[in-house]
Design a protein around this ligand. Structure first.
Ligand SMILES: Cc1cc2nc3c(=O)[nH]c(=O)nc-3n(C[C@H](O)[C@H](O)[C@H](O)COP(=O)(O)OP(=O)(O)OC[C@H]3O[C@@H](n4cnc5c(N)ncnc54)[C@H](O)[C@@H]3O)c2cc1C
Length: 395
């Protein structure tokens, strides 16, 4: 992969920059800037999604016939970098990055024709129903009881930690359709209408004070069997495929770089206001920057090896682990830079709570704690990496 941009790439970068300048409204920029939680609120992310969709830039990884861009790895990286530098909102990934690839690979023609255009247009807002109170890292122990009844299934049980379930009109879920044999062989992948009778969503507040997470309860909820993706009891394969996209198919380094830049901006402001030079903080900043540069190289190398619609396989665990630890390292540095100032934070959503860069550092720190948990904890990623290496010591 050639990191020096050729004329075509430079022209593409200019095209992306012009698009961003023309379309990023102050409301969108502010919505992303103030958002320290996992994803921005739907009114921000969906508004941006619709603009990208109209421009044909929403789903670079999908096949061209379904709206994919056919970009080279360099173009994908340029696009993500320019979006991060400009402060563009994150697109809610549940439909476009997670479910989309699963439907493209395992969905029936009817499911593709129905759901994919709705994902692209932002008609459906999806949430992910994998975790349960007794099934997180050990996902195969999930229990959500699912019994056939005519052309439907009847669901009883609950899901937990469901991000943005309060906004979603659809959930893709893993459910228990058999208790015979190996646990993984009794799981199915279902598409559920969140407005079905018997679905209840209850909020869970995060340490940052946000309402991102929920418990979702199912009381005799009827779901058509036609909403199952793949064969009955073959949902584990869909889930594994989806998790590869959740962990490693994004491009993380540009957003991490803008997160670090925000910390750097606060350091510069402090210095301009007469704070004494703190060599320890500057050395830490340098160390994090060096780690980020290394991570960016790994990310670029991975991108260069992948076909456009290919997930990175077990390497996704390395990317997920490194990106989440870097996110935390930057956020921790931010708190150290703020020092006692961080105590001034009054909580999410209060008037004037986060207008200056320094006011965003504490919410970012609090929310970053979850980065090594969601999408599979860091211990689980380490286990996958170890198994992969031990299974193939020559790698
Ligand atoms: C902010 C946030 C958003 C989330 N969003 C969603 C969502 O939208 N949908 C969804 O389905 N889930 C979601 N989750 C849930 C997430 O996937 C789980 O929290 C995660 O998989 C861990 O499961 P658990 O919480 O049950 O912890 P546990 O699995 O009980 O783990 C507890 C601790 O034990 C360690 N541990 C467990 N097993 C092992 C092992 N084999 N080896 C070494 N250590 C181990 C873990 O690393 C962890 O430190 C979200 C979580 C968070 C924090």
């Amino acid at each position: 992969m050639n990191l020096l941009l050729d004329t075509e790439d430079t022209a593409f970068r200019e095209e992306v920059r012009s698009f961003l300048t023309a379309h990023l409204t102050p409301a969108l920029l502010r919505g992303q800037y103030l958002n320290a939680a996992i994803y921005p609120e739907p009114e921000i992310s969906l508004a941006w999604q619709k603009m990208l969709h109209r421009r044909g830039w929403l789903v670079p990884l999908w096949p061209r016939e379904w709206g994919g861009t056919g970009w080279t790895p360099v173009q994908r990286f340029i696009f993500e970098t320019e979006c991060a530098l400009a402060g563009a909102p994150l697109v809610h990934p549940m439909g476009v990055r997670l479910l989309g690839p699963v439907l493209l690979r395992y969905g029936t023609e009817a499911q593709k024709q129905h759901y994919l255009p709705r994902i692209l247009a932002g008609v459906d807002y999806w949430c992910q129903g994998f975790s349960e109170p007794g099934a997180g890292s050990d996902l195969a122990s999930l229990k959500l009881r699912t019994v056939p009844d005519g052309a439907d299934y009847i669901l009883d049980g609950s899901k937990i930690w469901t991000t943005h379930a309060q906004h979603a009109n659809r959930m893709f879920a893993l459910v228990r359709t058999s208790t015979e044999g190996k646990r993984q062989d009794g799981i199915s992948f279902l598409l559920i209408d969140m407005h079905s009778p018997g679905v209840t969503v209850r909020p869970i507040r995060t340490i940052g004070g946000d309402h991102d997470l929920n418990e979702v309860f199912f009381d005799q909820v009827r779901v058509p069997q036609a909403n199952r993706v793949g064969e009955e009891n073959a949902g584990w394969e869909c889930a594994r495929y989806l998790l590869e996209f959740e962990r490693g198919a994004g491009i993380f380094s540009p957003r991490l770089r803008s997160q670090l830049k925000r910390v750097g901006d606060v350091m510069q402001t402090q210095q301009a206001q007469g704070s004494a030079y703190d060599g320890h903080l500057y050395r830490r900043f340098g160390n994090v920057l060096a780690d980020l540069d290394t991570f960016e190289m790994l990310e670029l190398k991975t991108l260069a090896l992948l076909e456009p619609a290919q997930a990175p396989g077990p390497l996704s665990s390395v990317l997920k682990l490194r990106a989440s630890r870097l996110r935390q390292a930057i956020a921790e540095l931010g708190i150290e830079v703020l020092g006692a100032e961080s105590l001034r934070w009054h909580g999410a959503g209060e008037d004037g709570a986060a207008e200056a860069a320094q006011d965003t550092l504490l919410p970012d720190f609090l929310n970053s704690r979850a980065a090594t948990i969601f999408g599979g904890t860091q211990e689980i990623q380490l286990g996958i990496i170890a198994k992969t290496l031990l299974g193939n010591p020559a790698r």
